[in-house]
Design a protein around this ligand. Sequence first.
Ligand code: EPZ
Length: 425
Amino acid sequence: MSEIIIEGSRRLTGELTVQGSKNSVLPILAATVTARGENVIHNCPYLSDVEAALEILRKLGCKVKREGHTVTVNSETVTSSEISESLMHEMRSSVMFLGAILGRTGKAVLSAPGGCEIGLRPIDIHISAAEQLGAELTEKCGKLSFRIPNGLRPANITLPFPSVGATENLLLLASVTQGTTVIHNAAREPEIKDLADFLNLCGARIANAGESTVYITGVKELHSAEYTVMTDRIAGCSYLLAAAVTGGSLRLNNLKPAHIGAVIPVLREMGCSIVTERNSVLLNAPERLKRVRIIRTMPYPGFPTDIQAPMTAALSVADGTSAVIENIFESRFKHTGELVRMGAVIHTEGRIAVIEGVRTLCGARVRARDLRGGFALITAALKAQGKSTVTGAEHIYRGYEEPEKVLASLGAEIKKVDKNGRKTN
Ligand code: EPZ
């Protein structure tokens, strides 16, 4: 168990090169199972979720090597089709390996991923999509075994919800399904296009990825490729909010403004000045942020659910009352209880949070329960008066690469300690 200790009320200023995208590199690493040969993936961040994905690849028989931010995955010999229960529980989004393993070996054995702190995380859309391509599922005591007794067949699939993971699994499986598969109501997140660009480099024939209707003409097999993963738009937005809550300024040097298109107008409504160039975003925040009447989280290009928690923290000290509606996950307000312990005034009911801005928060010992909720506590602690200790910091390291170093480079007084209080490097 690690902790992050922050002495608040320091104004953050500076510039950043944002880490590679967790939510893009994970499906791309899964795709290396199907892309037979030596794959070289650049801009791969140091995250515990990435380490979990690399462990899954090793267990499947791939040879994995990491040199700095470059990971090499040789999938010439895949010797297993199973993801262990422990690895599934360590990272529930391992379900995105389904399409890759099934496409490469003709079978896949996973355990039901189980829920997490932000919701039940069902995989019914993944299962239905795989079945429409010819997969057959048998379920026993939480173990899901997929086979393709009669081979894969193309299909015209309409997703009931634009699920990011289900869209990614479909791209992975349909890429090696002879014939043309069409996905309607596909997720449009930028990470989908990043995955499709990698797969097309591997010989896939995917058209219109990033739009609602995607066309995949299957090929017999995919070869390996070298690729650079996109910038993490969620980490970038998180650091913008960390600077904004302290009345600071921050320039992100490698983020496409379009990737955070729904967040920029909200930051402007909060009183921030935002200047964008082709591949950078510059934020200057007012002394005190203004409230935002209502924020609704939506599938891309709407307001991203992954930014809801850090945004809620920033609004907790804004001038006025804001409302947030969480439309994507059913219980993604767990962080608000800890913010209230720091003096925030937040009322939640179901998917709605009403945030009455207060002038100051007080440092406290608070517990992170999930990744983005954990960064919300960091955001609040950066503004709070006095010292805060965020326990359960391992949740934060799932998706943020060395956040204590990034924030210290911007002027925060912050350190990471182990459970015995010893500073870790
Ligand atoms: C991806 O999760 C991201 N994770 C999430 O980021 C992100 O919040 C989410 O997309 C939405 O943008 C990765 O990419 C690794 P979904 P995913 O399938 O694929 C329901 C973070 O903090 N649903 O689009 O799991 C589901 O319960 C993480 O970085 C079904 O009902 O998201 C949820 O309510 C958190 N059945 C909604 O759809 C299914 O079969 C959106 O889920 C699948 C999903």
